[in-house]
Design a protein around this ligand. Structure first.
Ligand SMILES: [Zn+2]
Ligand SMILES: [Zn+2]
Length: 409
């Protein structure tokens, strides 16, 4: 009874995994600076007999990747946790509150690392029974992409070959809007893509009283902002969920001066990779068209941060079976579409992947505050469930491949 054994092991590790979560929470590090965090993880993985340990990505010391049964044939699966904290000053009155001024694990990545370590330790203890390779990926900079322009950690790790020899991948996010112990997942698109863009509109500056001698970029920029919404209302299929938002509009310096140029910055969210790919063309065409009508010139700088998170149908239905058996049929929900993004999508662009949400919200413990808030915290009762889900999913994954060897449920 591998399933039952994993449940017992996960429960027996409750204090150890909670301790790890509190350690990471107390010592948060931001994107690409997760060095102390990586030291701790590397030491544990070595102690537990992991092989092929890779340390540091993108020329940093951040990130750890390690294998069980590295040389083995057979199927292979990776489990991923993100590692970075945020530049937020913690307001939680807990003994393990951040010791690093102005930095905080306010998204739950401390829990992701602790859960993955717990699952890794269980899988290491049963490695002889596993008919294939298990890879743990501790990934730096999940938040980094959208906040620092460094590009997402997952994109770098994929480029540096962490998926080589791997058939499938699973990952999770603790989720404070969801009650502790509940699991939410959906096949197909689940979390949106996230892009950013800046349109610089050049005119010719002049006196506000003599517009005939100037070329007004503000008029062109405001017209551009208005017409942008026709992408969603007139150009894209109404059945698709797409957002184009302007977040920044920088123009001018005084009441009587027509400025030389205007800068407009915004974001795009969509669940469809084709719409995402077409977006620079659509935005650029409107900017160019408006500018040509109004004698201005547009320059568009478009950055694709994150593709949509799209769960593989087959892997997800297998995960749902594992989850229902693990936490109970009534505690597994269909996830809504979520408009924020997750760079787990970079792995899913290469191999089948499943990403799920693990509830960690409990109003009685004050762990129902929003992610990225200075009062965000994780209900530690969610941790053993996360450990069990990941370890059980790996066991089931190998079992379902029909080459279970000694592995029986
Ligand atoms: Zn976050
Ligand atoms: Zn996060």
């Amino acid at each position: 009874m591998v399933g039952g054994r994993i449940k017992v092991l996960a429960e027996s590790m409750r204090d150890e995994v909670t301790g790890l979560r509190h350690h990471f929470h107390r010592h948060p590090e931001t994107a690409w600076g997760e060095v102390g965090t990586s030291d701790k993880i590397e030491a544990l993985l070595r102690e537990w007999g992991f092989e092929n340990i890779r340390r540091g990505f993108r020329g940093t010391r951040s990130g750890v990747v390690a294998d069980l049964n590295a040389g083995g044939e057979g199927p292979s699966i990776a489990l991923r946790a993100d590692m970075d904290a945020l530049a937020i000053k913690e307001e939680n009155p807990v003994p393990y509150a951040s010791a690093h001024e102005g930095v905080m694990h306010a998204c739950g990545h401390d829990a992701h690392m602790a859960i993955l370590l717990g699952a890794g330790k269980i899988l290491a203890s049963m490695r002889e029974e596993l008919p294939g390779r298990v890879r743990l990926i501790f990934q730096p900079s999940e938040e980094g992409g959208s906040t620092s322009g460094n590009y997402p950690g997952a994109e770098h790790l994929v480029r540096e070959g962490v998926l080589e020899g791997i058939d499938a991948i699973a990952g999770l996010h603790v989720w404070s809007p969801l009650e502790t112990g509940l699991v939410a997942v959906r096949p197909g698109p689940m979390m949106s893509a996230c892009d950013s863009w800046t349109a610089k509109i050049h005119g010719k500056g002049g006196h506000g009283a003599m517009p005939q001698d100037a070329i007004d970029p503000t008029l062109a920029a405001t017209t551009f902002v208005n017409l942008l919404q026709t992408i969603v209302s007139r150009e894209v299929n109404p059945k698709e969920i797409v957002v184009v938002s302007v977040g920044k509009f920088i123009a001018g310096s005084a009441f009587n001066i027509i400025p030389d140029s205007v800068e407009v910055t915004g974001t795009v969210r969509t669940f469809d990779p084709v719409i995402q790919a077409n977006m620079p063309g659509m935005i650029g065409r409107i900017a160019d068209g408006v500018c040509s009508a109004l004698r201005c010139r547009a320059e568009l700088d478009y950055t694709r941060f994150t593709p949509p998170t799209i769960n593989d149908e087959e892997l997800t239905s297998r995960f749902i079976e594992t989850a229902k058996r693990t936490v109970g049929e009534d505690r597994v929900q269909a996830s809504p579409l979520i408009m924020v993004s997750e760079d787990f999508s970079y792995y899913q662009e290469k191999i089948p992947g499943v990403f799920f949400l693990l509830g960690c919200g409990n109003p009685l413990k004050g762990t129902d505050n929003p992610h990225h808030s200075p009062r965000f915290n994780v209900d530690d009762d969610a941790l053993p469930t996360g450990v069990e889900l990941l370890a059980a999913f790996v066991a089931d994954y190998f079992g379902a491949r029909g080459d279970t060897g000694a592995l029986k449920r």
